[in-house]
Design a protein around this ligand. Structure first.
Ligand code: SF4
Length: 405
C-alpha cells in the first residue's frame, strides 16, 4: 500500500492546510521550460526514493494512491515513470535494474486499486488523451475535487473551476473510460444554506451525462485548519465557522440524499455504491501498514508501532535526491501501546464495520462502554461479533469515542 504526495497546486484553496507549493500556470516559454524541468526532476526523485525504500514496499494491500497537492498538474510522463518503477519493485527488481530512467511498464503486475487525484480544470485542459494515458498505466480510480456546485461558494474557496467545469471534466473522465470515479464535496460553511447544499447534492448525483451515479462520494465538514487562509479570515474576524446545528442539518441532508440514491455509508465521510468502497482508504482505517513517498508524505508500520514522514520541504527533498540520501528529510516517531490502541479505536469506530466487541470491551473504560451500549451510542453490527456507532450518531462520533477511551 503506497501513498505518493505530489506537492504542487496551481493556487491555494482557502480551507486547505496540506503541504503544497504553488506551481502557477506559466505563459512565457522560459517559465514553462523551467516548470517542466522541475516536474521532471521531482518525478525522478520520487522514483529514486521508491528504489531506496524497496524493502518496505509490500503486497499486503495492493494499492497505489497518488494524492496531493494536485497530481493532475504533472505530465503523463511523471506517472509513467513512477508507476513503472513501483510495479517493477513489487516484482522484485533491484535498484540497478531500474537505473534506466525510462522505467518500462510492460509485463508489470497491476495494482488492485490505483487512484489518482485530479482537479476539474486540469482534466478540461489536458483532455481525453491525458485520461486515457492514465488508464493505460493501470489507473483504475479517479478522485476529483468538486467541492461544490455553487459558483459563489467555489469562488470563496478559491477553487479555479466552476460548477459547469466539474460536469464537463466528469464527462471527459467517463468518455475516456474511467469506471470508478469519486467526487469530493464540502459542507458546513455558514454562507451555505440548506437549499444550496441540497442543490449541490442533487447536481452531484446527476453529474453524469450517461445517467449513472458517481461510484463514490467523499464529503467533509469544513474545518478551520491552522495556517490556512480561512484561519486568517477567522482571526481577522471577517469570517466565522458555521454552528454545530447548521453542520448537523447539512450532514443529515447528505446522509439522507445518498442513502436514497443507494449508497453504502461505510465511513463517516465516505459513501460508495455497492462494491466501490475505497480499498486504499479502507486499509488506513484498519491500520494496515503503508509507505509514503514524496515531500510531506506519511507512512505507518504497526509492526514496530512507528510512523514516519518526509519533511514538508520540496527543495530539501530535491536536495536529498541530488545527494542520493533521503534519510536527511525523513522523520519519525514510535507510538506507545496506548496510542496505538487509541488510534485503532478512533479509526475503527469511524466505519460502519466498527470493531470486534471483545476488543472494545478490553480497551474501553468499562462504565463508559456499558453506558454506550445502553444508550445506543454503540450497536451490534448485524451478523457479526462487532460493534459500531450507528449512522444516526456518526455526527457526534468524536464525543462518543472520547467518552469511551
Ligand atoms: S484543496 Fe487541493 S487543490 Fe486546493 S490547495 Fe489543497 S491540495 Fe491544492
Amino acid at each position: 500500500m503506497i501513498y505518493v504526495h505530489v506537492p504542487f497546486c496551481r493556487n491555494f484553496c482557502t480551507y486547505c492546510d496540506f503541504y503544497s507549493e504553488v506551481a502557477a500556470r506559466c505563459r512565457k516559454a522560459e517559465d514553462i521550460l523551467k516548470q517542466e524541468k522541475l516536474f521532471e526532476e521531482f518525478s525522478q526523485a520520487l522514483c529514486a526514493e521508491a528504489v531506496s525504500r524497496a524493502g518496505e514496499i509490500s503486497d499486503e494491500v495492493n494499492t497505489l494512491y497518488i494524492g496531493g497537492g494536485t497530481p493532475s498538474v504533472l505530465p503523463l510522463s511523471a506517472f509513467r515513470a513512477l508507476a513503472g518503477t513501483l510495479k517493477a519493485l513489487r516484482l522484485g527488481a533491484s535498484g540497478s535494474d531500474l537505473a534506466d530512467a525510462s522505467c518500462p511498464t510492460s509485463g508489470r503486475r497491476e495494482f488492485e486499486e490505483f487512484t489518482v487525484e485530479v482537479n476539474p480544470e486540469d482534466i478540461i485542459e489536458k483532455g481525453h488523451e491525458y485520461v486515457e494515458g492514465l488508464l493505460e498505466l493501470g489507473v483504475n480510480r479517479i478522485s476529483m475535487g468538486v467541492q461544490s456546485f455553487d459558483d459563489k461558494i467555489l469562488r470563496f474557496m478559491n477553487r479555479r473551476h466552476s460548477s459547469e467545469d466539474a460536469v464537463k471534466a466528469y464527462g471527459i473522465l467517463e468518455e475516456a473510460g474511467v469506471r470508478n470515479i469519486s467526487i469530493d464535496l464540502i459542507f458546513g460553511l455558514p454562507q451555505l444554506s440548506l437549499d444550496q447544499w441540497k442543490n449541490t447534492l442533487d447536481k452531484a448525483l446527476n453529474i453524469s451525462s450517461r445517467g449513472t451515479l458517481p461510484q463514490h462520494v467523499s464529503s467533509y465538514q469544513l474545518s478551520v485548519e491552522p495556517g490556512s487562509m480561512l484561519a486568517r479570515f477567522a482571526e481577522k474576524g471577517v469570517w466565522s465557522e458555521a454552528s454545530d446545528e447548521v453542520c448537523q442539518e447539512q450532514y443529515s441532508a447528505l446522509c439522507e440524499a445518498l442513502a436514497s440514491a443507494g449508497y453504502h455509508h461505510y465511513e463517516i465521510s465516505n459513501f460508495a455504491l455497492p462494491g466501490y468502497e475505497a480499498v486504499h482508504n479502507s486499509a488506513y482505517w484498519r491500520h494496515v501498514p503503508y509507505v509514503g513517498l514524496g515531500p510531506g508524505a506519511h507512512g505507518f508500520s504497526p509492526l514496530d508501532a512507528s510512523r514516519q514522514w518526509n519533511a514538508d520541504d520540496l527543495q530539501a527533498y530535491l536536495d536529498a535526491y541530488r545527494n542520493g540520501d533521503f534519510s536527511a528529510i525523513r522523520e519519525g516517531e514510535t507510538l506507545t501501546r496506548e496510542q496505538l490502541v487509541l488510534e485503532h479505536i478512533m479509526l475503527g469506530l469511524r466505519t460502519s464495520a466498527g470493531l470486534p466487541a471483545d476488543y472494545l470491551r478490553a480497551h474501553c473504560e468499562p462504565a463508559a462502554f456499558d453506558r454506550a451500549l445502553d444508550s445506543g451510542d454503540l450497536q451490534a453490527v448485524p451478523g457479526s461479533e462487532r460493534l459500531r456507532i450507528p449512522e444516526s450518531r456518526f455526527f457526534v462520533s468524536d464525543s462518543i469515542i472520547s467518552s469511551l477511551v
